[in-house]
Write a protein that binds this ligand. Structure first.
Ligand code: AMP
Length: 209
């Protein structure tokens, strides 16, 4: 099944995509993860996009589209995939529709207040990518990774100013995609405010998994 997970930052798209991808045996393709991987490894792409990611703005369409085209043409994506964080603009959605035919777009719904609450409490272990939340999923020792004891950090784009910017960018540039896909009869809404296991159960039912 070829799917897009759409929704504001912090709605849990990534967490759910990891679980569905494993259950369905299809790749989870997160453009944000691809950019962060390149930044961490100081590639040419990483150097180009670091300041953009830190500020919460969007990477230019042409660059992002090329990256996704390349990724979904790989063998492992032929029978299906989950796109998480792409498309984020109308030109990206148009480009995607000329590359492939999607089966479903899931619209993860979450209000702004909850987005800020979730993102501002998020902490990451840089070495492994393990994530915690200061309120909802705290580490055993404050500020330290459970497995290694190493320091946890806050993503630059999870700081308050960047969160506000990401939300503004989402509302202005990405939210129009809800109407775009709804009018094509491809969209299914999913309330993302409950606890992760509840959201996952609803999602599995939607996808007949
Ligand atoms: P995410 O992890 O999906 O929240 O993405 C983190 C950041 O990566 C975003 O704030 C953008 O700077 C960049 N990014 C990810 N996906 C896209 C996309 N489809 N188009 C443009 N920029 C993107």
């Amino acid at each position: 099944m070829k799917m897009v997970f759409l929704g504001p930052p912090g709605a849990g798209k990534g967490t759910m995509a990891v679980r569905v991808a494993e259950e369905a045996g299809i790749p989870h393709i997160s453009t944000g993860d691809i950019f962060r991987f390149n930044i961490k490894n100081q590639t040419e792409l990483g150097t180009r996009v670091k300041a953009i990611l830190d500020s919460g703005e969007l990477v230019p369409d042409s660059l992002t589209i090329e990256l996704v085209q390349d990724r979904i043409s790989k063998d492992d994506a032929q029978s299906g995939f989950i796109l998480d964080g792409f498309p984020r603009t109308i030109p990206q959605a148009d480009a995607l529709s000329s590359m492939t035919t999607l089966d479903r777009v899931i619209n993860f719904e979450l209000n702004d207040e909850e987005v800020v609450r979730r993102l501002s409490g998020r902490r990451v272990h840089p070495g492994s990518g393990r994530t915690y939340h200061v309120l909802f999923s705290p580490p055993r020792v404050e500020g330290k990774d459970d497995a290694t004891g190493e320091d946890l950090v806050q993503r630059e784009d999870d700081k308050e100013d960047a969160i506000k910017n990401r939300l503004r960018v989402y509302r202005e540039q990405t939210e129009p995609l809800i109407q775009y896909y709804r009018s094509r009869d491809m969209l299914v809404d999913l309330d993302s405010s409950p606890a992760p296991d509840t959201v996952y159960a609803a999602l599995k039912a939607l996808l007949n998994l």
